[in-house]
Design a protein around this ligand. Sequence first.
Ligand code: SF4
Ligand code: SF4
Length: 60
Amino acid sequence: MVAIDDEKCIGCAQCTQGCPAQILGMVGAKAEVTGDAAECMGCQSCVMTCPVEAITVTEY
Ligand code: SF4
Ligand code: SF4
């Protein structure tokens, strides 16, 4: 599961560009899981890309 903390997100959109499953998108000035969270591959690319550590990916 991927979760984004809106309070921490600064809206840089970098995570949305790097997601191979294309499930992250911008809603207003914040990133959100706009696709099917079940398609998350757990690659951690978004976690590593985010400059403010707003994203957490937990294995399931
Ligand atoms: S862990 Fe990978 S597949 Fe899952 S949301 Fe992040 S970038 Fe996308
Ligand atoms: S990389 Fe982090 S700060 Fe940038 S849009 Fe994504 S969640 Fe927000």
